[in-house]
Design a protein around this ligand. Structure first.
Ligand code: FES
Length: 103
């Protein structure tokens, strides 16, 4: 990936929690789990809900609307009512900034 975009300061991301950000017109959810950060589309694949308003437990984000859960590492849909996985984006952390690769 050669299209890294600065998405947030690492300091802005609360520990063990999710935050919504806008990057190049895309709405993304950033998840801080321990020393790692993961990124997915913010919109749930089931209906119109924002994952950044959900609940992060370990590596799973629970959608606030119908409690579907995705693994934030792979985007995999873990339970009903979800059918489709959510898109994930590569993340790197450099100099206290969080970069996301968009293609
Ligand atoms: Fe996310 Fe239904 S909108 S589980």
């Amino acid at each position: 990936h050669d299209f890294w975009v600065d998405a947030a300061a690492l300091d802005e991301l609360p520990a063990e929690d999710v935050k919504g950000v806008q990057v190049e017109g895309l709405e993304l959810a950033l998840y801080r789990v321990g020393a790692e950060v993961f990124a997915t589309d913010d919109l749930c694949t089931h209906a119109h809900a924002r994952l950044c308003e959900g609940f992060l437990e370990g590596y799973e984000i629970e959608c606030p609307l119908h409690q579907g859960r995705f693994d934030v590492r792979s985007g995999k849909a873990m339970c009903a009512p979800l059918i489709d996985d959510v898109r994930t984006y590569p993340v790197k952390i450099e100099n206290g900034r969080v970069f996301v690769a968009l293609d």
